[in-house]
Design a protein around this ligand. Structure first.
Ligand code: ATP
Length: 250
């Protein structure tokens, strides 16, 4: 489904993503684990195409030079130079780090905005699905509340819901568990698994720590200073002593 080969992203001369090759197959949950500044968000921007928007903005204001090299194919099609909206149409949808929901818009409006690519029937079905997946959003009061007044957990649910409204085939989740309590993390990990199992959507998820997400990950990569240093099945990764101490805290 998604195949990445020798991907490089430079911010001027700074190499933020270094020769990354990775795959995500249909129906898989793939984890990318890395510390602060490892390059997780830059990788997600490159996969979703947002890096092209950032590059254009920088070029227009005469700012830093951003260079993108390598290959990204999705279902056999080269998407490296496609705009984020074109990639979204093909099913690659990003749910960015720190939620980025519209704080002044209500829960319901946030979800509607996400559904701009959906038909009426799809939008209705997906809304019903989101409210069954995240019952915390499913009250008259919660639907009307401004996004900015939702709790951190509810905002994350809304951000994932908004991404689901775009009818993804591959959902990119950038640090979805960041700043959430262990209980909420568990609920979100269950939701991630449910999205894969029920909707057949593939998920590529970045996190700093592997432990909460690990039970549902089919395949994982370890990203350090922009490079993939290790990859494998959950079993292979957890049996590596360095990974165990750095990403599991054990
Ligand atoms: P975090 O967990 O803190 O979000 P991350 O793994 O997502 O980190 P990135 O945000 O991708 O990491 O950053 C990777 C590296 O690229 C960092 O050294 C960061 O300082 C640098 N970087 C990110 N954005 C820019 C930019 N616009 N210009 C220059 N350097 C950048």
């Amino acid at each position: 489904m998604l195949k990445v080969k020798n991907l490089m992203v430079f911010y001027e001369n700074m190499l933020a993503v270094n020769n990354v090759s990775m795959n995500c197959d249909k129906g898989q949950i793939v984890g990318v684990f890395g510390a602060n500044s490892a390059g997780k968000s830059t990788l997600m921007y490159a996969l979703s195409g947002i890096v092209l928007d950032i590059k254009k903005k920088e070029d227009m204001r005469g700012g830093e030079r951003i260079t993108l090299l390598g290959e990204i194919t999705f279902n056999g099609e080269d998407v490296l130079h496609l705009k984020p909206s074109e990639r979204a149409k093909r099913g690659i949808v990003l749910c960015p780090e720190r939620r980025r929901i519209f704080p002044e818009s209500s829960t319901f409006e946030n979800l509607k905005i996400g559904g701009y690519l959906a038909t009426r029937v799809q939008a209705k079905e997906t809304l019903d699905y989101i409210f069954s997946l995240f019952p915390a959003l499913d009250s008259r009061e919660a639907k009307r509340r401004s996004g900015g007044f939702l709790s951190g957990g509810e905002q994350q649910m809304l951000a994932i819901g908004r991404a689901l409204m775009a009818q993804p085939k591959l959902l990119l989740l950038d640090e979805p568990l960041l700043g959430l309590s262990p209980g909420l993390q568990l609920a979100l990990v269950k939701a991630i698994e449910e999205i894969r199992d029920r909707k057949g959507i593939s998920l590529l998820v970045t996190e700093q720590y592997a432990r909460p997400l690990f039970p549902v990950v089919d395949y994982g990569y370890i990203l350090e200073n922009g490079s993939l240093v290790l990859e494998g099945t959950s079993q292979e990764l957890i049996s590596n002593p360095d990974v165990k101490s750095a990403y599991f805290g054990i």
